[in-house]
Design a protein around this ligand. Structure first.
Ligand SMILES: Nc1ncnc2c1ncn2[C@@H]1O[C@H](COP(=O)(O)OP(=O)(O)OP(=O)(O)O)[C@@H](O)[C@H]1O
Length: 301
């Protein structure tokens, strides 16, 4: 049974559709990513999941609850990363954690959460005096304080330094390992690739692709690229029989061949057969970045 179900979701602003027939389901215990260019409808979609926006059409269920009509139960099920403006400047970190913990019947231990998020030294600091990254960590702690079954994190690590970002990834993995489902909106490909079990790529209000990170990479046409400078020239006849080679380019004594793993293996055997050495040999694979750019490319421009 999926824990989040979004079916035929539509939302328009001023007659312009920004979420246009979006359907996806998130299984319990998954980290499910939503990727997409600015304005693709990601936040609008998650706000419908959180019950903050009313869909024009379609159905949303979180653990069987309707976010618009079952609000009380939903707040006990769903943890949401707050936006900055929602906390008072004068509130200290400790007060914020205690206050938000008091909203729930069985809150998590705020001291433990503060420690996991590196906030122990900041407990008496007022919210207005925290750095951007410290605020971000506090929002993550507040999203988790009610021991939610599902947590929605929109731009989880924006503003965090590289170490804090990695620590946060570890924390999110621990959260998932404790059985919590995570819905993650992100612009960071490395984050999506590392954390997400599956990803929905949004484009202009629609789901352009939904797959595992490696599934999305496999779909991209970039494939594997091998480039090298052969110790003596290879003629076209030798290269013609290479399996699964999409393109072969020659430039300044360098060969660049786009293909697959099979192509790379065939190139290596070919070189060995002809006793040719490959100088400056590089083999690179497509990344989630490549897949994302290809999937969200605006072909009309
Ligand atoms: N309250 C609103 N009134 C009018 N238009 C809105 C409103 N909220 C969002 N939009 C528009 O809807 C579109 C989708 O916005 P949304 O915030 O869902 O995109 P997003 O994919 O989350 O983008 P980003 O990556 O920039 O956060 C945008 O063009 C935005 O300008």
């Amino acid at each position: 049974m999926p824990i989040i179900e979004v079916n035929g979701l539509r939302k328009a602003y001023g007659g312009r559709p920004v979420v246009d027939d979006v359907t996806f389901a998130v299984e319990e215990g998954e980290i499910f990513g939503i990727l997409g260019p600015n304005g693709a409808g990601k936040t609008t979609t998650v706000e419908c999941v959180e019950g903050l926006r009313e869909p024009d059409a379609g159905a949303v269920r979180v653990a069987g609850l309707d976010p618009r009509t079952d609000r009380d139960q939903l707040t006990r099920t769903l943890g949401v990363q707050l936006q900055e403006s929602e906390l008072q400047e004068k509130l200290t970190v400790r007060e914020a954690l205690e206050l938000y913990g008091a909203f729930y019947p069985d809150p998590a231990d705020w001291r433990g959460l503060a420690e996991r998020l590196g906030l122990t030294g900041k407990l008496t600091t007022r919210f207005g005096r925290l750095s951007g990254g410290q605020k971000q960590r506090l929002f993550i702690a507040l999203a988790l304080i009610g021991r939610p079954r599902v947590v929605v994190l929109d731009e989880l690590t924006t503003g965090l330094d590289p170490r804090a970002r990695r620590d946060t990834w570890k924390l999110i993995e621990e959260v998932r390992d404790s059985g919590v489902t995570v819905l993650l909106v992100t612009h960071f490909m490395e984050e999506a690739q590392r954390l997400c079990d599956r990803i929905a790529v949004f484009k202009q209000g629609r789901v352009a692709a939904l797959d595992t990170p490696s599934g999305l990479i496999r779909r991209s046409s970039g494939g594997t690229v091998i480039s090298f400078a052969p110790s003596r020239p290879l003629d076209d006849g030798d290269l013609a029989g290479l399996p699964e080679a999409a393109t072969i380019e020659r430039r300044n004594g360098h060969l660049t061949i786009h293909g697959t793993d099979t192509t790379v293996n065939a190139v290596i055997s070919l070189l060995a057969r002809h006793q040719i050495t490959a100088r400056q040999l590089r083999v690179t694979d497509s990344t989630l970045d490549d897949a994302f750019l290809e999937l969200t490319e605006d072909r009309e421009n």
